[in-house]
Ligand binder design. Structure first.
Ligand code: GLP
Length: 253
């Protein structure tokens, strides 16, 4: 059963999340981390950078795999997830360049690239800890609501609601890519631990649907009900409603 932790604000979501990742790296310095983008993980990455600067954390042996990338954006496009990760984390810590894996939005053969990404994860021994955010429409990575769960890393058409939600990062809706490459549901579920972070009222409905209803590919995040080791960290605005409706979910936190 998932463990739920209510933090006092967005910054504390990041602090608690960073502590969980830090514990993982201390336990296994060569940890394989699955990483996420979006506004939600920014404070978490700030806390990881602080722990690194304080000499508490060493990323020298860590390997990372990012959840997703926009199709059609080059790594140096300011809104690419490559650029996001570089700016918010990788350029500020001592992770080795060759240990970073992010799907290439400009790959000539995207399907082939998705396959080799899966193989790289296997070669690394699988993901120890996968960080996740949640889209307003319940997506994880870029696994959009669909009629079936798509298993492996794949190319996906982004829904209008996702493009609309992410347009704030671009100067117009037209500039928001229409496709992305994303880890699949099986890829995510194969991680040994999952850390889902969320904050704000606009994520409340998504997390409630995820854990109060049946598992449904129209609510991709609901698959997490089946994962044996999920920790959810969110602020009161995001998790308060869930706690009210299902206090037993919070019994162990
Ligand atoms: C994007 C990413 C997701 C992320 C989601 C939520 O769509 N593909 O991985 O979880 O945004 O982003 P935010 O944290 O900005 O709400």
């Amino acid at each position: 059963m998932a463990k739920f932790i209510i933090a006092k604000d967005h910054n504390q979501v990041g602090e608690i999340g960073a502590q969980i990742i830090s514990d993982q790296i201390k336990l296994k310095p060569a940890s394989v981390l699955g990483l996420a983008t979006g506004s939600t993980p920014i404070p978490l990455y700030q806390h990881l950078v602080r722990l690194y600067q304080q000499g508490v954390l060493d990323f020298a042996a860590v390997k990372s795999f990012n959840l997703d990338e926009y199709a059609g954006l080059s790594a140096d496009h300011p809104q690419s997830y490559h650029a996001f990760m570089d700016e918010n984390l990788f350029s500020r810590i001592n992770i080795a360049k060759e240990n970073i894996h992010i799907l290439d939005g400009l790959a000539q053969d995207p399907e082939q690239q998705c396959q080799s990404f899966e193989e790289e994860i296997k070669k690394a021994g699988g993901i120890d800890l996968q960080l996740l955010g949640i889209g307003n429409n319940d997506h994880i990575g870029f696994n959009e609501p669909a009629s079936v769960f798509i298993c492996d890393t794949h190319v996906v058409d982004l829904t209008d609601s996702t493009r609309e939600a992410n347009r704030r990062f671009f100067s117009s809706l037209e500039e928001v890519p229409t496709q992305a490459l994303t880890m699949g549901i099986r890829t995510i579920m194969a991680a040994r631990k999952i850390l889902l972070i969320l904050n704000g009222q606009n994520k409340a409905a998504a997390i409630e649907k995820a854990f109060l209803n049946v598992i449904d590919p129209q609510v991709p995040v609901s698959i997490l009900q089946l994962h044996p080791d999920v920790t959810v960290v969110g602020d009161e605005a995001a998790l308060g409603g869930l706690k009210k409706q299902a206090p037993s979910l919070f019994a162990s936190s």
